[in-house]
Every structure is written in structure tokens, then in C-alpha cells.
Write a protein that binds this ligand. Sequence first.
Ligand code: PA5
Length: 442
Amino acid sequence: MKQIILDVSKTSGTISEKQIQNRASQAESCNRELEKGTGKGSDFLGWLHLPSSITEADITDIQATAEQLRAKCDVVVVVGIGGSYLGAKAVIDALSGSFDYMENKKPVIVYAGHNIGEDYLYELQKYLAGKSFGIINISKSGTTTEPALAFRILKKQLEDSAGKEEAKNRIVAVTDKARGALRTLANKEGYKTYVIPDDVGGRFSVLTPVGLLPIAVAGIDIRQLIAGAVAMEKSVSANTPFNDNIAEIYAATRNELYASGKKIEILANFSPKLHFVSEWWKQLYGESEGKENRGIFTAAVDFTTDLHSMGQWIQEGERSIFETVISIASPKYKVETPFDEQDLDGLNFLAGKRVDEINKMAELGTQIAHVDGGVPNIKITLPELNEYYLGQLLYFFERACGISGYMLGVNPFDQPGVEAYKKNMFALLNKPGYEGLLGNTK
Ligand code: PA5
């Protein structure tokens, strides 16, 4: 099996190879801190050796539950927000057929609890009406408003349509082992449950049942996903020297770029299937590093689509950005450009070429243009888009995020800033105990 490749050579117009090398010992020591558990937030390092600690029994159990849901349900609603939603969505979207949802493939996976949109919930209820559906309710704290509200509404719909007893067979809760309202509810109702370990934070939880259960329900091979993550766990360990350690190199490069004035990192892809991988990454890095008035702002674009919108800004806007591109070396399928006798569209110069050859030239052309325009470019290449390499990519980003956060000097594993809006919302909604707290973010 191959490994994903990291190339930071196209950052050299802004930072030198020597500057990256100067960060080597800091990156290595931050990686060792993760390993030894001596850094900030060290009670949240359960993700570090999570891939290699998943047992065959864990996988079999998750797959059995997934099979039960697949057998019983035409639709499975995954309820969760942030780290309790994005990992599953990222993997499922990346590895499912783009038009599966239109082809009557069962079960259809839909999402709820990641917004408070009344129209969204109305339309979801309408879509579920008359269908055999199940729910995976995911919340580590078990108290997050968005998923709790969506679950309350959907649970009622399921119980009303399938009966309370059958509903219990179609609801799975993924939550804390002892605390929170969802744990109390699940125990009382007798739902099948999975535990999110105390020491794994939401955005690092994709390889726990938070991600693995919905991914398995979607029919994706979680064994291969885990195998890829295990390979990367070994490859970027604190024992691997800096020049062979892609997590350390990525962390060092982005910190050096940040120090040189590049405040925004744009994750770009050339495959629409990766849109939610970028959303997952955006949360991982944004929530981990954006604190104490520091941190790279994480943004994402889908190319070539967004070259026709954000391309102008990236090429000629304020020079405060760098770009990290995820490239897929070989697509799964083959589509060739046909020859056309009349050639009215003038595309016969492409006749016989695969669509991916054209995409790759768009990718190279974009890289050259953006680097010329003062946008340093980091490139991550996956040999193929499959479970194994996606598993590698997820763990690579997690490990690099831990190292990078430590290099920045913050605790990458907390998110105190997320509480501010909640406090105001609860005060505005007259939640008991929140009286007078509006605007009081301290
Ligand atoms: O990364 C995080 O910790 C957050 O994004 C959480 O995952 C998110 O807020 C959802 O929390 P919970 O799973 O407790 O409902």
C-alpha cells in the first residue's frame, strides 16, 4: 500500500526550505509532547492511538448494528452537529456515488440536528412520512440544543409512525458513558448505545462510533478506513524523524507561513466529493487553533467550481492567504472526451483525452497561477479516493493539528469560545439559570 504524499516545495516564494527546517525541532518536540501527554489539554488525547486500539470485536459490533439498521430502514437520520456530524458526512460523501440518493439505494442517509432551520425540519419530516426510518443520535455532551431539539421532534415522529416498541429497535444513541441527558434518555428507553470516550473530543472522534457507525450504515468498509488510519498513526509517530514525518512538516510549514503574515489557509480540492472533507478539516483546525486572539482562519473551496467565483480573490486579493490542495492521483472511473465531426465547440483538441487529464491540467495551471500570484501552495496527494487513503488523510490531519496547535502555543483540544452564543441564546429563550446573562461572554 502506498502513502499519501505531502509537498511543501511550492511555498518557497514566501518561506525558505531553511525556515521550515528551523522549525523541525519545535515540531518534533510538540509531537513528543502529544505522545507523552505533557502538553495542554492532555486529558483529551484518546484519539492519538485510537486507530490501533480498535479491536476486531469493536468493528464486528458496529457492523452488526449497521446491518440491523440497514435491514430495517429505508432512511437513516444521523442527528448531530460539529464533531458529532462532520466526520461521518465527510467520509460518506467522499465514498458514495454522487447520485446514489436518486437511485433508490437503501438506506438513504440524511442529517439533522446540525442546524435549527424550521423549514429544513419540516421538509425532513415530510420526506420521512410513510417511510421506514431509523435514527442515530450522536451527542457527546448529550445536552447540545440543535441535536436534542431535532431528536425530540424525530423521535416523536418515529414513535407515532412505527410504535414505541419498534422505535426502540431503530434508534441508536452515541454519547458519553455516564453523563448528559442523552445518556439518561437512552438508558431509560433501552436504546442500543455506543460510548464516546471521555478523552476524545468531538472533532477528533470520527474513528469512534460517532463516525464509524453512520459510515458502516452507508455500506462503507470501516475496516479499511481504520487500516489506513493505523498506517498513518505509525508513520507520523514521534519516533519518525522530521524529514520523513508529514504531520510534522505540514504543522511546521503552516506555522511558518502564519508567522510570515499568511493568516488564512484555504483548503482546495479538485473533486466535488471532497467538499465535506474540507468542512471537517475547517472545523478541526478552526476550532482547535482559533483562540487567545491567535490562529489561522480556515477556509475551503471546491475547484474548478470556485475558480469561477473565489478564483479572482485568490489570484489578486489581499496577500494574506496560502493554499493547501488535496489532489487525487487516479480517479475510480474513466470518461473520455469524444471526437465531434463538426467541432462547433472547438473542443476537438481534447478528443480522446480523459476528463481527469483535463482536470489535472486545470490543477497544475491553477497551482502555477496562484504561486505566481503570491499564494504559497501545499499539496497533499492521495493515490486514490478510497477507504484506506481517506483513513490515512483523517489521521494525518488530526495528528498535524495537535502538533500545529502546540506549535502555536494554544490548547488545541478545548473550545471555550463556543459557549458565548449558547449563553445568549439561552438567556433570550428564558432558560432557567440564564437570567441576566445576555451579552455577558466572560
Ligand atoms: O469538536 C467539538 O467538540 C464540537 O464541535 C462538538 O462536537 C459539537 O459541539 C457537538 O457536541 P456534542 O457532541 O456534545 O453534542
